[in-house]
Design a protein around this ligand. Structure first.
Ligand code: ADP
Length: 159
């Protein structure tokens, strides 16, 4: 059985993330989407909120489950026996960052291979940080995130 792990901040989940999940769910037996918790990072949504949104957004994919992880992702992969780590790539900047990260993860866990999945053209400008900035100033983000995320962001910034 081939299990792949797709880790990220998902703060918030976007159509770009969901596209990677959907495409990879056809390639692997199981996908663990892993919500990363890094105490050094400041998130708009709590880990529980990100978990809840992703769980709802992936409910139609029977081989996808969502988890929270506050350890190194290489340790998470070891714990669940995953040999594949998935990362989405939008452009060469993503690639150079992800390439370095893949070498670090490889040094931490030799059992795991990072696979880079290129985004689809229509999603290549979608990134969680820009979405938050846009939403904060009342910009329209409905083409970038599913309706439940759009609603949740609006509620955050209303407060
Ligand atoms: P991280 O903080 O781990 O980079 P993100 O939530 O920003 O977390 O992204 C998680 C993963 O999804 C990363 O591999 C990132 O490159 C990928 N990703 C983000 N946005 C897109 C997109 N629009 N298309 C494809 N992959 C994406």
């Amino acid at each position: 059985m081939m299990l792949a792990v797709f880790p990220g901040s998902f703060d918030p989940p976007t159509f770009g993330h969901l596209n990677i999940i959907e495409r990879c769910s056809r390639l692997f037996d199981d996908i663990d989407v892993v919500v990363a918790v890094n105490p050094d990072k400041k998130y708009l949504f709590s880990a529980e909120e990100r978990l809840k949104m992703l769980t709802e957004l992936t409910e139609d994919f029977s081989n996808v489950s969502v988890h929270v992880c506050n350890t190194l992702i290489s340790d998470y992969c070891r714990k669940v026996g995953a040999k594949v780590l998935l990362r989405g790539i939008r452009n060469t900047n993503d690639f150079s960052y992800e390439f370095d990260l893949s070498l670090i993860n490889r040094s931490l866990n030799q059992q795991v291979e990072t696979l880079f999945v290129p985004t689809e053209q229509r999603y290549f400008l979608i990134r969680s940080s820009s979405i938050k900035e846009l939403a904060r100033y009342g910009g329209d983000i409905s083409g970038m995130v599913p309706p439940i995320v759009d609603k949740a962001i609006k509620e955050k910034y209303k407060k």
